[in-house]
Design a protein around this ligand. Structure first.
Ligand code: SF4
Length: 480
């Protein structure tokens, strides 16, 4: 065994896909003998898992790489690797602009990272390897998970749609579906390791099965998760309204461990803008799905993504978005000011909306959303909710003496523990005493506290969390 293993750090930018990919990068490196760098230590290998969705994403990457340059010069054995969507897009350009980078790898070959690092070290030259399509479904790679009580499981990668603002089809390719048996085996393995919750992950979970010819595959998968002993919470992200079928709503309502929370991207409430975005549903279809979900699950919390200021968006289009927001009564939303994403069709569309107009609309959207989410949250005061205690969900927990976690419907709850020794991964029931637009507080005594295996495991020495994760569960007001 290597007595001085090389240490690594993965810096993650972007969405849950990247967060999960970073867990795989950590798993791959650890399988190859690396150890995660302790907080404050200088890692031997720094991996940037990049995202290409922001207009200035590349400036940010090169800024970060520039900051590392003096460290690398002082420590010649150090290696820097760049992967993810921006690497897939910029390829060899990265080592041209930052020649001190050792490895560039793409979204289709994350499994090659340890070999590329080794080769770059041996050859003392940069290694750039980008593949056009997926070689190995990423979930078959080793994974270093960041949470004992909760895990992500990929069901598909890539996307067959062509939304004009999105870079995914260009960088992640066509949808590839994983076989249900492999997915369920991974879920079972996670539960055997103590996880209580899984989130099924795909760019468009509702089209899951298209590759092997079963349009009802996603609903069946949810029902099959219902048969896994010990699995208490099943979530998924993200569905696409175009492919949303009634059998999925029925599966959600009839499978007890599937949470009544739905994150369904709206993007715009204007049919003209949806058309320009090449999103093939219209606002009435979207609201129709929500109505069916609410009829089947009156307690469902529905969250969304909204883009403000898409090219050509008029005041009337924006008002249509506000109308849908009011009708849908979201419990939370990711909100974005449209910014050009290089490589997407929308970046060259006429009618780009001036920044001041976008800002004014954005502020109005936030105000409308906050009013609604606050009202919706107030309805929960006095109700008993079940919360899965978590780490890293409550920034002020140390000061307030509370713990934090998610209710079954996905809402963030900060709760008092009294004398109970609640560990991350334990499950409590508590009564909501106060509602804010973005969270709930429960300051009374706990109604119940269930110690779980995940909680026992959390008392083992803690793992260092992945650094630099920029997005978590949806929150209102996340600035573009
Ligand atoms: S559905 Fe549209 S927004 Fe979502 S990943 Fe596919 S192309 Fe992108």
């Amino acid at each position: 065994m290597n007595e001085n293993p090389r240490s690594y750090e993965v810096r993650t930018f972007g969405c849950q896909m990247n967060v999960h990919d970073s867990e795989r990068l950590g798993g791959l490196l650890e399988a190859a003998g690396y150890v995660r760098a302790a907080d404050g230590d200088q890692p031997d290998v720094v991996v940037f898992n990049t995202c290409a969705v922001r207009e200035n994403a590349d400036n940010r990457l090169y800024g970060n790489l520039g900051q590392l340059r003096p460290t690398k010069t002082a420590n010649p054995g150090m290696q820097i690797a760049v992967g993810g969507c921006l690497a897939q897009k910029d390829r060899g350009e990265i080592v041209k602009r930052a020649p001190w980078v050792d490895v560039v790898f793409g979204t289709h070959n994350i499994g090659s990272l340890p070999v590329l690092l080794e080769r770059a070290r041996h050859n003392e030259s940069a290694e750039v390897e980008i593949l056009e399509s997926l070689e190995v479904f990423p979930s078959t790679l080793p994974t270093k998970r960041d949470s004992l009580y909760s895990g992500w499981v990929s069901i598909s990668v890539g996307c067959n749609n062509s939304c004009t603002f999105c870079i995914v089809p260009a960088l992640r390719g066509k949808e590839k579906d994983r076989r249900p048996g492999d997915i369920l085996a991974e879920v079972q393995a996670l539960v055997a390791e103590g996880a209580l919750e899984v989130t099924l992950l795909g760019q468009n979970v509702n089209s899951y099965g298209v590759e092997f010819g079963d349009r009802l595959a996603f609903g069946k998968l949810l029902r099959a998760c219902g048969d896994i002993d010990g699995l208490e919470r099943v979530r998924f992200t993200s569905p696409h309204p175009r492919d949303f079928t009634d059998d999925v709503i029925a599966a959600m309502a009839e499978t007890p461990n599937v949470c009544h929370s739905l994150h369904m991207p709206l993007q715009s409430g204007s049919d003209a803008v949806l058309r320009a975005m090449r999103r093939s549903y219209r606002s009435d279809k979207y609201l129709g799905i929500i109505e069916k979900v609410r009829t089947a699950m009156p307690d469902a919390a529905i969250t969304t993504d909204i883009i403000v200021g898409f090219p050509g968006e008029t005041d009337a289009d924006f008002e249509a978005t506000l109308d849908v927001v009011r009708a849908a009564r979201f419990s939370s939303a990711f909100t974005f000011q449209y910014s050009k994403r290089p490589g997407t069709p929308a970046a060259t569309l006429a009618g780009q909306v001036p920044k001041a107009v976008v800002q004014e609309r954005y502020d109005r959207l936030i105000a409308t959303l906050e009013e609604i989410t606050w009202d919706e949250n107030k309805r929960l005061v006095g109700r008993t909710v079940e919360v899965l205690a978590a780490v890293g969900e409550g920034r002020k927990d140390a000061a307030t003496g509370r713990m934090s976690g998610r209710a079954r419907d996905g809402r963030l709850v900060h709760f008092a523990t009294g004398d109970a020794k609640v560990r991350p991964g334990d499950v409590v029931e508590t009564v909501i005493t106060y509602a804010a637009p973005h969270h709930l507080n429960a300051d009374g005594p706990l109604v119940s506290h269930r110690r779980t295996r995940a909680g026992d495991l959390s008392e083992a020495p803690p793992a260092t969390p992945v650094k630099g994760v920029l997005l978590g569960l949806p929150t209102i007001g996340l600035k573009a």
